[in-house]
Design a binder for this molecule. Sequence first.
Ligand code: SF4
Length: 439
Amino acid sequence: MRDFGPVALDFDTQSAIAEADRCLGCLKRPCVEACPLHSDIPSALSALAEGDVEQAGAIFRATNALPDICGYVCPHERLCEGACVLGRHGYPLAIGALERYATRHSPAPRLAPRRRSGKHILIAGAGPAGLAAASDLLAAGHQVTLIDAAPQPGGWLSSAIPTFKLPREVLNVHVDRLLRAGLRLKTGTCLGADLSLEEARQQADAVLICTGARVEAESLPGAGLAGVWQGARLLSAVLRADQDTVPQLGTRVIVLGGGGTAIDCARTAARLQAQSGQPVDVTLVYRRRAHEMPAPPRDRQAAEAEGVRFRFQAAPLALRPDPNGALQSIEFAETSPGAADESGRARPVPVPGSTFLLEADSAIVAFGWRPDPAVRRLDPALELDAAGYIRADADTGATSLPGVYAAGDAVRGPALVSQAVCDGMRAAAAISAYLRARS
Ligand code: SF4
């Protein structure tokens, strides 16, 4: 557990075939229904059970532009594996691992469109929605320019998903494939800052906005103290770090939050402590009950196995300084479950007189996300919803501006990678139809 190498267990050929052979080929196909991309899982597993890995990979690719990435980062136990009938009386099929196996052992064919359309599409945002759309638009024969504010493509996948969850070569293979197909990639270029939406619309026949929604939510009193990290910034700092710049978290680390990012932060902190020869002392504190955590249960179990402790039903109130202005402790109140909120979960209600302090060298705050306020400044005619996300047609991604589409988290808010991929692919199909209709 000391390193940041991948932790996902991969099948060998024999065990992949044996596992795929357990599939019952259910007529009602609950696994397909539960998949945001409606991948034809039974057909892919049938091909795999017969040893036809290429066909299995092709079936997964037919509905998913990034199937190997989804194989690593999707919470399968909540989706296809959660719906698999074999789970009712035993173990569900390991669909995620089989998807990884099939797609990693059957390289995607070259993107080689038969005809060039002569149309140019500019995509802003090189995360999963932007990469998926770029793949389909290049395959359709369009010229595609993909810009991203970050120095490397991948969006959240490259800036914050730890390498122990997603090996970077899996992402790099996709980017290389797009570049070989003629993608013009411009990193360090931000829509709204380096290129206005109006300029983008003048330069391209259509624009697709996939700029995401990963701006960290409001924090706590004391968030500016030394020793306090925002979760995404810590993950990004670790990914960029060399030996001299590895974040030093100290001996007692407390992570605040209950989502996937909070768990990733806790597991990252545990690795940093183990690497520096310290005992792991990482506690994740969540204000609700264990079963109400948004984080995938499998990630929580992995964190526990790696030494992360969990404390539930405690809401942070403030981060307290020592005399030198560094974090010393965190003040909490115990909570009890109240009436259901808009998420359907019991609202955590502070218990009067229950405040307590936990001492910590570092606090990692991972409370969630809010829409990127920069989207508001792109164009006053670009309609947003009440929360600040771009208003776009659910099937096409069409926005209030002609020829401008939007997909992924910028529209629906932070969601699964598979949902962003699905949105990007739908928008790509709609853009091709829009350009065909205009030519
Ligand atoms: Fe196979 Fe499970 Fe899907 Fe049934 S639900 S078709 S057993 S993967």
